[in-house]
Ligand binder design. Structure first.
Ligand code: THU
Length: 134
């Protein structure tokens, strides 16, 4: 990942979502915010469940919100968390981000200002894709 300039409006939205994360089990908050092609910002936080496997990541939450509002493409997405290193999307989230916007830029930012950036497609070489028959 290369270092890059952080889009401040996405950072603010991601930090707001971060504060709303529901994380009684992991205690690890994550916030994500994306800019759709229309210019709108959609954000999401991780939402855990006592049945742990039902927990949802912040990135997935942000994408679900975008699609629910009638958009299917984003140009950039920022993930905010507070740990020493950067918080890179999990494998499942990589597939979800790739579904909608493989060319989008991803920023990972932490509370110390550490920022890294790459393209969504760089995170998932050989992404699964199914061509429906008929
Ligand atoms: N999590 C995210 O929300 N996004 C990531 O990119 C990595 C992990 C969440 C899932 C779970 O609620 C918590 O972080 C600990 O794994």
């Amino acid at each position: 990942m290369k270092k890059d300039v952080v889009p401040e409006d996405l950072l603010e939205a991601a930090r707001t979502a971060w504060a709303n994360a529901y994380v009684p089990y992991s205690k690890f908050r994550v916030g994500a915010a994306l800019r759709s092609v229309s210019g709108a910002i959609f954000s999401g936080a991780n939402v855990e469940n006592n049945s742990y496997g039902l927990s949802r990541c912040a990135e997935q939450s942000a994408v679900q919100t975008m699609v629910s509002q009638g958009e299917t493409e984003f140009v950039e997405i920022l993930v905010y968390a507070e740990q020493e290193g950067s918080t890179s999307p999990c494998g499942a989230c990589r597939q979800i981000l790739h579904e909608f916007s493989p060319k989008a830029r991803l920023y990972t930012v932490n509370h110390l200002g550490r920022t890294e950036s790459c393209l969504v497609e760089d995170l998932l070489p050989g992404a699964f894709f199914h061509h429906p028959i008929g």
